[in-house]
Design a protein around this ligand. Structure first.
Ligand code: HEC
Ligand code: HEC
Ligand code: HEC
Ligand code: HEC
Ligand code: HEC
Ligand code: HEC
Ligand code: HEC
Ligand code: HEC
Length: 425
């Protein structure tokens, strides 16, 4: 009964949701459309034939967006609860794989109040430093976030997932599953799979930009309190220095990048490095003071100017930005005057001063435009095997042969040669 009802609703809603989903930004049509009659079957069905992709995906953050208490404790055994609450009060945990956890009560509302209805300040747990923040404290906050967090989201008026009043609309599967990117896959599975068989393959930035985006102004980079707001990598990329690239140029969409609960180390999901395309800058950088001290391209070009849960200083949040371009002027402004949008380049306080805490922007500006090769020893620039150019001998070089000594030697040389020739003859 219930299943067929959901299917009926889906059939009505899906085609609409589908065409709307792709009109963000410079919309491109997906390379291939999935089958319009297909329905969602869930990642477990795909695992059968795509175990490698499934295993990669399981280590990434995408599957873990909305968790039951058991699932949340499985990836984060030490997860705490807001004061006064026990696990019996919790329906779902939102997030917590990477940055922060929020909690949904048994009525489907996001927990913002104490159990007796008073505003609760500490309702968001931050994993990086174990602190708590206030998220819409005291408000009635419904969960309507599924279009970016879950798979097969629908917002039919008056529908509530699991019949819970605090959840607006429904979904098919929790988390960003295979079909959130590849479209509903039932027809692909029925036909035994295969390339070009009833499944979407979309490599464009717009695919990721369905969710890694904020608001509907694609030429703004929304900001607040001196930081770029999180989940807007699409706007950062499109308004920054490398707008021509797609996310999948650098990312394997199935693999993790962030160091989260199921990915304790490294960046397995980065398939193209800066060096692969910027040989000249990489060459310049090798041998500089900072390169020798372990500073990397991303330390300067992808600093954490974006904030999800916390900031660790005035200039460092907790998400790497995708703007890349650096403005080296001492008076360049990172944000618009109202502070609501970033300007599309990185300024030096965010690029340099997070490491050089005791310095200021004027200091940084003195070095910034030469920074790739800063501190490289001069000899490194002249290949050791080539003779020094004959034109300009250094006039002050200590121990060099120059001035009067040179004149004397020049005069003595022919005499010496004549002497040697006479001895041989
Ligand atoms: C975040 C979006 C996203 C998710 C989630 C996702 N994929 Fe993909 N997948 C893509 C994109 C984009 C491509 C094309 C990548 C490319 O070729 O650069 C792709 C490619 C593929 C391919 C083709 C690979 C090839 O060799 O051409 C398969 C198979 C696949 N995905 C299966 C899966 C399965 C199974 C899951 C779930 C376990 C999954 N994907 C989850 C975005 C996603
Ligand atoms: C019965 C086995 C089977 C199942 C189940 C299956 N697939 Fe496939 N799929 C295949 C085969 C075989 C290919 C072709 C792979 C190749 O040529 O390397 C394929 C190809 C793909 C591709 C690449 C398509 C293209 O045009 O390049 C994607 C994406 C994909 N599958 C996603 C999924 C998703 C998502 C699911 C779950 C909803 C799924 N598959 C379930 C067998 C299956
Ligand atoms: C437009 C898509 C979108 C919407 C709408 C959205 N989110 Fe998210 N959210 C994301 C993305 C993408 C990320 C991860 C990337 C990032 O933070 O930059 C994320 C991350 C999170 C995280 C941190 C996850 C972790 O692993 O620590 C939480 C918690 C969260 N969102 C809560 C919410 C809540 C609650 C709502 C609804 C009130 C919501 N989000 C609405 C896209 C969205
Ligand atoms: C349906 C919405 C959705 C789509 C489409 C989507 N993402 Fe995500 N992405 C999310 C959410 C939500 C999170 C936060 C997951 C978490 O923290 O548990 C996230 C997290 C991430 C992360 C950080 C976590 C990790 O595993 O390292 C990366 C990287 C990422 N996405 C890349 C991509 C790329 C690349 C694409 C396009 C191929 C894409 N995403 C498409 C919703 C989406
Ligand atoms: C696939 C190739 C490719 C990769 C990988 C790549 N870049 Fe680029 N980059 C480009 C291209 C092409 C441009 C020229 C700008 C454009 O048209 O998008 C560019 C431009 C830039 C610029 C100049 C922006 C400006 O307007 O001043 C910076 C800075 C930059 N890249 C840094 C990086 C860093 C750092 C990485 C590694 C995280 C990286 N790039 C990885 C291709 C790449
Ligand atoms: C210590 C900080 C720092 C590091 C590390 C760094 N860069 Fe840069 N990079 C800068 C600054 C500052 C500029 C802007 C220079 C200017 O505009 O004069 C820049 C400019 C660039 C540009 C644009 C050049 C142009 O002509 O417009 C590219 C591309 C680039 N860097 C790539 C890289 C790559 C690749 C790496 C790693 C091998 C790297 N950078 C490491 C600070 C850094
Ligand atoms: C030029 C290469 C490049 C492109 C293009 C690119 N990324 Fe990334 N992305 C990276 C690198 C490198 C990192 C890891 C940075 C680090 O941790 O130092 C990263 C990290 C991330 C993260 C995790 C942030 C964090 O703080 O851990 C998310 C989410 C993400 N990328 C999403 C996207 C999305 C969505 C797009 C397209 C709109 C995109 N990326 C385009 C190179 C790229
Ligand atoms: C990830 C941290 C980090 C970032 C980001 C960074 N630096 Fe450095 N920097 C270092 C380290 C480490 C050294 C070596 C310190 C030493 O040996 O005394 C260094 C050394 C220097 C020096 C020479 C030593 C001195 O104090 O005079 C200068 C100048 C410098 N950095 C400028 C910059 C500028 C300009 C930027 C931004 C474009 C920048 N740095 C970004 C870590 C960083």
């Amino acid at each position: 009964m219930r299943i067929s009802f959901i299917f009926a609703v889906l059939l009505l809603v899906l085609p609409v949701a589908y065409s709307v989903e792709y009109v963000i930004g410079d919309a491109k049509e997906p390379v291939e459309k999935g089958d319009p009659d297909a329905v969602y079957v869930g990642a477990e069905k795909c695992k059968m034939c795509h175990k490698d992709k499934y295993d990669d995906w399981k280590t990434s953050g995408h599957p873990y967006k909305l968790l039951t208490p058991e699932e949340a404790k499985a990836i984060r055994p030490d997860i705490p609860l807001p004061e006064g609450y026990t696990w019996d009060d919790i329906q779902y945990v939102i997030g917590g794989w990477g940055w922060k956890s929020r909690y949904i009560g048994k009525d489907g509302f996001i927990i913002t109040k104490t159990k007796d209805g008073q505003p609760l300040e500490k309702n968001q747990y931050n994993w990086q430093d174990g602190s708590w923040s206030s998220y819409h404290s005291g408000e009635n906050k419904t969960y309507n976030c599924q279009r970016c967090h879950n798979t097969g989201a629908a917002y039919e008026e008056g529908t509530h997932q699991d019949g819970l009043e605090g959840i607006e609309g429904t979904w098919e599967f929790r988390g960003v599953q295979c079909e959130a990117c590849h479209g509903p896959g039932s027809k692909h599975v029925e036909q035994g799979g295969g390339r070009g068989v009833a499944i979407v393959v979309d490599k464009s930035a717009e695919l990721c930009g369905k969710c890694h985006v904020r608001g509907d102004n694609m030429s703004a980079i929304p900001s607040k309190g001196g930081f770029i707001r999180h989940h807007e990598q699409y706007q950062e990329l499109k308004n920054g220095g490398m707008s021509a690239l797609d996310c999948t140029t650098c990312h394997d969409p199935h693999k993790a990048v962030h160091e989260g609960a199921t990915n304790p180390e490294g960046h397995p999901g980065i398939i193209k490095k800066c060096e692969d395309c910027h040989a000249e800058e990489s060459e310049e950088f090798i041998g500089s003071i900072m390169q020798k001290d372990g500073v990397t391209c991303t330390d300067c070009h992808m600093p954490k100017v974006t904030k999800s849960a916390i900031n660790v200083s005035d200039y460092e949040g907790d998400v790497n930005t995708h703007i890349f371009r650096i403005d080296t002027r001492a008076d360049a402004k990172m944000f618009t005057t109202d502070g609501k949008s970033a300007n599309g380049y990185l300024t030096l306080e965010y690029t340099c001063l997070k490491c050089h805490l005791d310095k200021d922007k004027t200091w940084a500006a003195k070095y910034a435009s030469e920074i790739h090769s800063f501190g490289k020893a001069v000899e490194i620039k002249t290949p050791a095997t080539t003779a020094a150019p004959a034109t300009t001998p250094a006039p002050t070089a200590k121990g060099g042969i120059c001035g009067p000594t040179a004149v004397l030697l020049a005069a003595l040389l022919p005499l010496g040669i004549m002497y040697w020739l006479r001895r041989r003859g």
